[in-house]
Every structure is written in structure tokens, then in C-alpha cells.
Design a protein around this ligand. Structure first.
Ligand SMILES: O=c1[nH]c(=O)c2[nH]c(=O)[nH]c2[nH]1
Length: 307
């Protein structure tokens, strides 16, 4: 029995593209890392080395740059939709395209205020600083019929310096943890959310607005929740998004509990009144869950590193 070819996909990974739009002296920047995975009728190349159905990965790279010029980059999602549609509709052998995009945010560098320099603007139109707040993510999948658009973010680091407890938990022979009545709650939010836009027949969401509002809901829910556990905070963040954003049916989180331990200052004759903490980097609790619109099916993978 010959060995059988299983799932396969190919394309150019991590195409870094920066697109500048010059509106007079005011410039706009989009900075993406685009990875392409194509699949379809690829038996011939694997079994026999025939490349007649193979669009080179080099061409897929070139398409990213040509499309940045031709279509611009209105949003990561919109750019991925252009690419996925192109690969699936232009090549008979390509039946499915998956485009993964990371987006790095830049903001304008502020200059000294108008009071200090009345003759000068308070920012330039062409100088930017990378905001390290979070990395935006988008994954666009198209099979010629249905779309799946998953957006998200990683490394959105947040901290509440009060309004967090953890107590009333199970205590067994190995439990040493002291109950916390007023602790620091900190995490690096990693989240992916699935849009219910799946067909060209539906009106397309405003991807930029959807992302900005969703991030804002996550931050507000984190800030406004009096937390009894990180699990409870996670659910509050997820349900805030599902309740507020009708275009989103599912959101999955991976939240490390970035522990802050009160330091014992007694040896130095000092009292630590919830003031000095050791920020531990490992080990960390890892709290992961999906929050879904009632009546919908989960589709985001359990392990977000697989997305
Ligand atoms: O919010 C928390 N959830 C836990 O499950 C947990 N476990 C733990 O040791 N500390 C915490 N904190």
C-alpha cells in the first residue's frame, strides 16, 4: 500500500508590508505581517513533482505588495479578504485560502504644546512611535463560498491595583495559598473573536470600528469588574463583547494570572501595607475559556497558539 498524502497547505509566511498613505503633509501608516496558506488540488506536486498547478510562494509574496498598492490597507480584515478572494478565484487548483495577519500600531509623536512653541504644530504628520500596547490579529479563511473572519489581539497588558479578591477556594493537604481580600489582578490579554459575517450576501462590518470598540469593551469590563477570580473577570469581559457587538458570536481568551506577591519587609523592620510586591514571571496561573452567543456553535480552536 502506498503512503497517502494528508492535509497540506503552502504559501509565503510572514510577509512584512508597510503601506504609507500621503495626504499632503499628513501621512498614515499600516504595518502588517501577512502569512498565506493555500490548499486545494495539490496531489500532483506531492506525488510526482509536477508543478503545473502550483502558484509559487514567491508570487503569493508579490501579491501582498501589489495588493497593498492596488487596494490599500483599509483594515487587516479587508486586506485579507482581498487576498483570499484573489487566490481562490484566480487559480483552479486553489480551493481554500487562509490569511493570517498581525498588525503593529503606530501613533504620531507628540511635540511640545502650542504654549511652548506657538509657531509650531503639536505633532508632525510623518513621525511615528510604535505603540507596544497590543498586537492586533486577523485570520481570514475562504473556500470560494463561505468566509470565516476571526479577529483578535495579544499582549494587551492590564492591571487592577485593587478590587480583586481570591478566597473560598478548595483547601486540600497541599494548599498553602493565603486567602486574598485585596490583591493586584494583572494579565496579558490574548483573545480571538469570530464574526458572524460569513457570506458576500451579508453587509460587511466596519472592521476598524469593530476592532476599536471590542478592545474598548474588553478594557472597560476589566476595569469595572470587582473581581472574585480571574475566571469571573474573563466571563465579564467576554459577555460584555457578546452583548455589545452583534457582529461577534464567539470570543476565546487565554489569560495568564500575572501574580504579584507582597514582599515580607519584617526582616527590615518595615511594615508592608499592600505597597511593595514581587512581580513573578513564572509560574503563572493560566485561565482560558470561550464565551459564546447562546444558540451558536464554538469554532475557535481551544489552543489559541493554533490560530
Ligand atoms: O483568579 C484566580 N483563579 C484561580 O483559579 C486561582 N488559583 C490561584 O492559586 N490563584 C487564583 N486566582
Amino acid at each position: 500500500m502506498p503512503a497517502i498524502l494528508g492535509q497540506n497547505q503552502y504559501g509565503k509566511a510572514e510577509n512584512r508590508v508597510v503601506r504609507i498613505v500621503r495626504d499632503g503633509d499628513t501621512h498614515h501608516i499600516k504595518d502588517l505581517n501577512v502569512s498565506i496558506a493555500l490548499s486545494g488540488a495539490m496531489d500532483e506536486v506531492h506525488y510526482h513533482g509536477s508543478n503545473t498547478g502550483v502558484l509559487p510562494t514567491d508570487t503569493t509574496k508579490n501579491t501582498v505588495y501589489a495588493f497593498a498598492k492596488e487596494h490599500g490597507i483599509a483594515s487587516a480584515e479587508q486586506f485579507g479578504i482581498h487576498l483570499a478572494r484573489h487566490f481562490v478565484t484566480s487559480q483552479d487548483t486553489i480551493h481554500r485560502a487562509r490569511i493570517r495577519i498581525e498588525e503593529y500600531a503606530w501613533e504620531r509623536i507628540p511635540l511640545p504644546g502650542a504654549d511652548a512653541r506657538p509657531d509650531r504644530a503639536t505633532e508632525t504628520g510623518h513621525s511615528f512611535v510604535r505603540t507596544r500596547q497590543e498586537t492586533r490579529l486577523a485570520q481570514i479563511t475562504y473556500d470560494g463560498d463561505r468566509w470565516q473572519i476571526v479577529s483578535g489581539l495579544t499582549d494587551l497588558t492590564v492591571l487592577n491595583s485593587t478590587n480583586s479578591e481570591f478566597r473560598g477556594y478548595v483547601k486540600d493537604a497541599y494548599t498553602t495559598l493565603k486567602e486574598a481580600y485585596d490583591r493586584i489582578l494583572a494579565t496579558d490579554v490574548s483573545a480571538r473573536w469570530r464574526h458572524n459575517w460569513t457570506s458576500d450576501e451579508q453587509g460587511m462590518p466596519d472592521w476598524e470600528q469593530s476592532y476599536a470598540r471590542t478592545k474598548q469593551h474588553l478594557l472597560e469590563a476589566f476595569a469595572e469588574t470587582y473581581s472574585l477570580s480571574l475566571q469571573q473577570t474573563l466571563y465579564q469581559m467576554g459577555s460584555r463583547v457578546i452583548d455589545s457587538r452583534s457582529e461577534i458570536d464567539e470570543i476565546r481568551f487565554s489569560l495568564p494570572n500575572k501574580h504579584h506577591f507582597l514582599v515580607d519587609l519584617e526582616p527590615f523592620g518595615q511594615k508592608n501595607d499592600n505597597e511593595v510586591y514581587l512581580a513573578a514571571d513564572r509560574p503563572y496561573g493560566l485561565i482560558e475559556a470561550t464565551v459564546l452567543r447562546d444558540g451558536t456553535e464554538a469554532a475557535i480552536p481551544v489552543d489559541l497558539t493554533n490560530l
